[in-house]
Design a protein around this ligand. Structure first.
Ligand code: NAD
Length: 498
């Protein structure tokens, strides 16, 4: 499959690509009301990339009005379920048909290998839209038990206008996690993508209209968080904010909701997930899971396994295996190189932040086992090699703060009780894993680790059937699975007395 996906192939496609960086409101490309724009710097080579509309509160208001008009008209929510399903399925097919273009746009914005964009991000985006399309004609309402002189319908109705605010690490996938259930349930959406990664969001909106989703049902406003995300979350005519991003901004979103119209919020936030390896574990499997779990997407993954809790007796052997698997399997290279497994970090400021957190960790006494250095600087891009720190304790900054770079902190333990206490000693609760051959212990640990997902003897396995999200300061509300539809609906009782 990959033979024609050479670096030259992508360079060639890039030479003819004209990314659209305008707002998408009421089915049309629009400039920001202020006329202002900003330029995205490409993480892969530090060169100026797309020019994007710099939206503000006036643009948010236009988009919300369009979304409200579409919702109140009933043009989408009251359409025959079978028809809606066909339209959303067509949208998924269009995403697949434009896979190469979408993958290229995602890579230009994010700096991840273009083959990962194509085979993971585009695929999962289309699969996500398809999953919810297929649910549309399978949703039933209820009739509540009453006496014979009454009939009470319990209807599940869409909320209205959903504001979606998304991050830059998996833009297309996370957009689909929100757009799929929100639109399938009959809502209208105003999407505010991260300022670093707006290109695929705009293209997804264009393809939605091409598939037949009525104009106004899906709008995109690009721009900075303070200038567009904040007015969206404060807007009096938005019924819900579905947010994925940092815990810090998640807290602000709750405040905006409280200050405005008590809109609902769903928050998918940060993580500092533990991967626990006992002395009886398959160390090869654990090493591979630890490396991929932490380093995939250059560590820019909310549920990355950034804390390796390892039984003291196998720590040295495991670190050696992680070093070997990282060297042999996880190739860091320019994102157009066919063999690249990981690429650049999102932007220069983020790379500097990652490097300064590494330096702070060393100052606190953590010891570098390997990697975690700036590399490929001659390209002009923002690359940091995967690295592991040992002599780390769970109270060091490397173990407590979300670094969002390819940095693993290894922390030894001696007993199961200690491992569990360390695993749960974090403000986050997004994910975790346990590696052991003792199934009793595996089940005890997986029940007791306070996280939205716990894997046993694997990491980061999932499909659309399983909910994803966190406990504690990793947020609340779940993306994915049939349950995600519930987030975008509420119950309405219609009582008829005979
Ligand atoms: P971020 O919180 O800085 O930004 C997320 C989004 O919020 C962006 O669109 C941004 O423009 C917007 N924003 C920023 N300030 C805002 C404000 N004051 N009001 C409204 N919107 C505002 O996060 P990021 O740097 O884009 O992404 C990384 C973070 O996202 C990490 O913490 C990561 O763990 C988290 N994340 C979580 C999940 C999950 O499912 N739990 C998935 C991916 C990323």
């Amino acid at each position: 499959m990959t033979t024609h996906y050479t670096r030259a192939h992508w360079e060639d496609r890039l030479s003819t690509l004209v990314p659209n960086g305008r707002l998408f409101i009421d089915g049309k490309a629009e400039d920001a009301a202020s006329g202002e724009t900003f330029t995205r710097i490409r993480p892969m080579d530090g060169k100026p990339g797309a020019v994007l509309a710099r939206g503000n509160a006036a643009d948010i208001d236009r988009a919300v009005k369009s979304a409200r008009k579409a919702f109140e008209s009933g043009i989408w929510r009251h359409r025959e379920p079978l028809e809606k399903k066909k339209i959303m399925l067509k949208w998924a097919e269009l995403i697949r048909a434009h896979g190469e273009e979408l993958a290229l746009l995602e890579t230009l914005d994010v700096g991840k290998p273009v083959m990962a964009s194509l085979t993971v991000d585009v695929r999962l985006c289309a699969d996500g839209i398809q999953f919810y399309a297929e649910m549309i004609d399978k949703l039933y309402d209820e009739i509540a038990p009453t006496g014979p002189n009454a009939r009470a319908l319990v209807r599940k109705v869409p909320l209205g206008v959903i504001g979606a605010i998304t991050p830059w690490n998996y833009p297309m996938i996370i957009d689909a996690w929100k757009l799929g259930p929100a639109i399938a349930a009959g809502n209208s959406v105003v999407l505010k993508p991260a300022e670093q990664s707006s290109l695929t969001a705009i293209r997804l909106a264009e393809l939605a209209v091409e598939a037949g989703i009525p104009t106004g049902v899906f709008n995109v406003v690009t721009g900075y968080g303070e200038e567009t995300g904040k007015p969206l979350a404060l807007h009096m005519d938005v019924d819900m904010i579905a947010f994925t991003g940092s815990t810090e901004v998640g807290k602000l979103i709750m405040g905006y909701a409280a200050q405005s119209n008590i809109k609902r919020v769903a928050l998918e936030l940060g993580g500092k997930s533990p991967l626990v390896v006992f002395e009886d574990a398959d160390l090869d499997a654990a090493a591979s899971a630890a490396a991929w779990g932490c380093f995939y997407n250059s560590g820019e993954t909310c549920h990355a396994s950034t804390r390796l809790l390892v039984h003291r007796s196998v720590q040295d052997a495991l670190i050696e295996k992680i070093r070997a698997v990282t060297a042999s399997d996880i190739t860091l290279a320019h994102p157009f190189e066919p063999g690249a497994q990981i690429g650049a970090l999102i932007e220069e400021a983020h790379m500097e932040k990652v490097l300064s957190m590494i330096a702070a960790g060393e100052k606190e006494g953590a010891r570098r086992a390997f990697g975690a250095e700036r590399v490929l600087s001659e390209t002009g891009g923002f690359y940091v090699s995967p690295g592991v720190f040992v002599d780390t304790t769970n109270d060091m900054s490397l173990a407590r703060q979300e670094i969002f770079g390819p940095v693993l902190a290894a922390i030894p333990f001696d007993t199961e009780e200690e491992a569990l206490a360390l695993a749960n000693d974090t403000i986050y609760g997004l994910a975790g894993a346990v590696f052991t051959r003792d199934m009793g212990r595996a089940h005890r640990m997986s029940e007791a680790i306070h996280a939205g997902t716990v894997w046993i003897n694997t990491y980061d396995m999932s499909n659309f059937s399983t909910p994803f999200g966190g406990f504690k300061q990793s947020g609340f509300g779940r993306d994915r699975s049939v349950h995600a539809i519930d987030k975008y609906c509420d119950y309405k009782t219609i009582w008829q007395q005979f």
